[in-house]
Design a protein around this ligand. Structure first.
Ligand SMILES: NC(=O)c1ccc[n+]([C@@H]2O[C@H](COP(=O)([O-])OP(=O)(O)OC[C@H]3O[C@@H](n4cnc5c(N)ncnc54)[C@H](OP(=O)(O)O)[C@@H]3O)[C@@H](O)[C@H]2O)c1
Length: 318
């Protein structure tokens, strides 16, 4: 069985790749840069071993370039699509870095490239994705989901909650403010419910998906952690785990969006109004999401937030 992981160098895709390799499954890792993928995935002992025994291979392709995808999808049994545009959630339309161009059109290009191969298609979507969504990230992913369901391929869609862990670009970035500030800033009140998902649980879940296709055939899952917390509670837990005490500074969203409206014109485009909306949104599992996970994968026991944070934070921030 060969599995193409699109987005294999990313936070989500690299965790999926690591877990699949650890489970003895062969992965063709897709990236726009093979040297980046080798550095990211073959740097540790497990990756080197997988490379040596031929279970880890690489393909250079760009989801916005349909011509590059033919070789990527050749003879694969399953495609896992976990690519998103560089710099997300800060869109940069002038450089083609948008949800529409990469998350949606990139997925449509991958589907089109499958041609007569008919692989299973597994899509990493987001927990807030729903029909009639108004935000560009939800709209693009919803349209990608619609195309996947209509493709005639066997599919599984995983709508992930906010994923965190070693090397994540969100929680770690916020917590790092406590290295040099007496407070930790967030946009909005931080009271929206979220079900943070430990990245190692995400990797484990994708391994289950690969091993038990019948339990996830043509099904959409919400995937999150066992705890429902607010952003402020989540950050408090992370800070406590590191032995730090910092108040959370709540920057009102309209002020954040005003900042974004100015900062989008700075070099490197550090912030946009849309990114402020993205990072302050809710993202919790529903009762139905939890019921479906229990029913289909009773062996899947995601890690409580406190336990997950304790497993990597003290050493990561030491
Ligand atoms: N992180 C989370 O908390 C979270 C939660 C729920 C859902 N998700 C979803 O999971 C997916 C992956 O997120 P992530 O956090 O792992 O993102 P990430 O760390 O930013 O990784 C993005 C990946 O996409 C690849 N990529 C970017 N542009 C590409 C292109 N034009 N062609 C081919 N590959 C391209 C990058 O590979 P190269 O640069 O090497 O080409 C990289 O591997 C996204 O769809 C995201 O919405 C993430």
């Amino acid at each position: 069985m060969t599995i193409l992981v699109s987005g294999a160098t990313g936070f989500v895709g690299s965790a999926i790749t690591r877990h699949l390799l650890a489970a003895g499954i062969a992965v063709r890792a897709m990236s726009r840069s093979t040297s980046r993928a080798i550095t990211k995935l073959a740097g540790d002992e497990a990756g080197r071993r997988a490379l040596a025994d031929g279970r880890l291979t690489f393909v250079e392709a760009d989801v916005t370039d349909p011509g590059s995808l033919t070789a990527a999808v050749d003879a694969v049994d399953t495609i896992i699509q976990a690519a998103q545009f560089q710099g997300a959630p800060v869109e940069d339309p002038a450089r083609g870095l948008t949800y529409e161009a990469v998350d949606r059109n990139g997925t449509l290009n991958l589907l089109a490239a499958t041609g007569r191969i008919r692989p299973r298609f597994v899509y990493m979507s987001g927990i807030s994705v729903a029909p009639g969504a108004s935000q560009p990230w939800d709209r693009a992913k919803w349209q990608a989901e619609v195309a996947i369901r209509a493709s005639g391929l066997e599919w599984t869609i995983v709508r992930g909650c906010w994923a965190y862990g070693r090397n994540d670009a969100a929680l770690n970035r916020i917590i790092h403010y406590s290295d040099y500030l007496p407070f930790v800033p967030i946009f909005g009140a931080g009271r929206e419910p979220i079900s943070p998902l430990f990245i190692e649980d995400l990797g484990r879940f994708f391994t289950l998906l690969m091993r038990s296709p019948a339990q996830s055939r043509n099904t959409t899952f919400g995937l999150g952690g066992p705890d429902e917390v607010t952003l402020v509670q989540f950050l408090d837990l992370a800070l406590k785990t590191m032995g730090r005490h910092r108040p959370i500074l709540r920057i009102p969203k309209p002020v954040g969006k005003l900042q974004g409206a100015v900062m989008q014109y700075l070099p490197g485009r550090p912030l946009t109004p849309g990114a402020v909306d993205f990072v302050s949104q809710a993202g919790a599992l529903s009762d139905e999401d939890r019921r479906l996970l229990r029913e289909r994968f009773s062996e899947f026991q995601p890690t409580p937030v406190k336990e997950a944070l304790r497993s990597y934070m003290p050493t990561y921030f030491a």
